[in-house]
Design a protein around this ligand. Sequence first.
Ligand SMILES: [Zn+2]
Ligand SMILES: [Zn+2]
Length: 650
Amino acid sequence: MIKITLPDGSVREFDCPFVSGLEIAQSIIEGLAREVIAADVNGEIWDRARPIAHDSKVRLLTWKDDEGKAAFWHSSAHLLAYALQELYPEVKFGTGPAIERGFYYDVDFGDYKFTETDFAKVEAKMLELARQKHTNIRKEIAKNEAIDFFTIKNDPYKLELLEGLSDGTITFYETGSYTDLCAGPHIPDTSPIKAVKLISVAGAYWRANENNKMLTRVYGISFPKKSELDDYLLALEEAKKRDHRKLGRELDLFYFNESVGMGLPLWAPKGAALRENLIQFLRRVQTRAGYQHVSTPHIGKKELYITSGHYAKYGKDSFQPIHTPEENEEFFLKPMNCPHHCEIYNAKPHSYRELPIKYAEFGTVYRYEQSGELHGLTRVRGFTQDDAHIYCRPDQLKAEFLKVVDLVNFVYSKLGFSEFQTQISLRDPANKQKYLGTDEMWNMAESAIVEATQERRMKTTTKEGEAAFYGPKLDFMVRDAIGRKWQIGTIQVDYMMPENFDLKYTGNDNETHRPVMIHRALFGSMERFIALLIESTGGNFPTWLAPEPVRILPISDKYNYYAYEVMRTIMEETDLMVAIDEREEKISRKIRDAEVQKVPFMLIVGEQEMIKRSVSVRKHGAGDLGDMHLSDFIDIYRREMKLDLSSIHA
Ligand SMILES: [Zn+2]
Ligand SMILES: [Zn+2]
């Protein structure tokens, strides 16, 4: 008798020595059995036909579940390899996992240059094989047999992978005449794969090591229905229009230049204005929330980062030090602002009554990224963090953590990011030597985070082993236009750096105590945040954030004088920026250009407006608002620029 506990807590009993995910589904309802792809058995994902021999907790997985999609896409990676083996018999295979959207396989094509022109042939072969309904057969296999197999097949990459595996854990999956070294899970056979599309090819070093051979990474995606593929490709086309690199050029926001250096963005006037609007917004919010703004240099002595622990952790992967010519001191480009803030804290004594102390800085930091990793504004080598450090008493930790959580929610909602995800990153309990600090510190910090998220009823995922080396953290993630997930904000508890910098305060017992430190950034990197903001809004920023909120369009140069009068009046009354399009272009052209550049308000002025002291208002995305007196427009403009910050308190 096997007892199976389902996610709703119900228990099903099976009077047989084994039961599979498929049989469990059949016992519930036949329709479900057709949809089940795999099963989560006590937290491990299994093939749906794999026999379960003991009482277990089981969750049945379909295409709708992330793990179901992963099994489907991983099986599609095998199908891709099978098709490539049929078409190019000399190829050798690296690894082929499912990814967030689809799958890839790393392939050694030998001397053959595989390109996009090969895609159609491979896709057709994949569909032909899929229709033949090959079963994905799982086989447990002894290590020496596995080695023999891939030695005969002459597949050096699989042999290298086998070196790291121990006997008793090795499984093969066979699909027709294709055999892969693989832990699974897989869908039962190839027939549910009804639509495939190869997306791109790229170079990828074997095992991500640049000393190894460069393999060809073939990316693809597949679906159980052709219509789902069509929808996906349409969404991909739409998303490409919102790519921040494309919109960044079109809206004249930022540029990259080889002679300045890769991954070092140059902000044009409008991009700089957008950044400044975001900074001003956050500065106001933070001031209300009791933060004090500080400013620190772009470089710091090597010893500073030795004290903070960053050097030991990142020193060898970072930029090389800068040596002074006379004293031979060593400086590093600032990778983090925290050590500098700790030294500000340490500049004078503190009493328990002063805490929490919150130092905020829009601090530009520099981190080495491999050139292949750079991507628009989302991964750069120099970026500005909206960084802050909160120094508090241990008894204040949870309350302060909660305040930051509330601040994150406020700021993201004002900027229209409602779809963010949160992740708690804890220490890997099996690998404690990777982290600084005592068990006691870690337990306190981890429970503060878990309790705070529970108190705010936040839906979070928890990952062990992803904490920073100095403490656990709560990360905030959003997706870009094509659905890739990026980390933006973070809140991290740290008991270590206060130790390293010997931070102190005097308690009400007149004794010396250690404060706890919270590192936090809401935007994370201004650069990455702006990239995601561009992609989520498509460049249609709210008026209060827009780099050019108002543009005056004179119908001809006869009205330029009146246009300047309008500009001066608005600027004097509101302190806000206004531009004039003085080009000798037709008004229709001026309107079109302003629409393309997504200027929120266009004020058209001609004979009638000049006589009536009015403006004809056009709003981007909303069309013509009609003729109105200038003071009425100023009222509308003021309303759109106003932000309600009343819910933020220190
Ligand atoms: Zn596999
Ligand atoms: Zn920090």
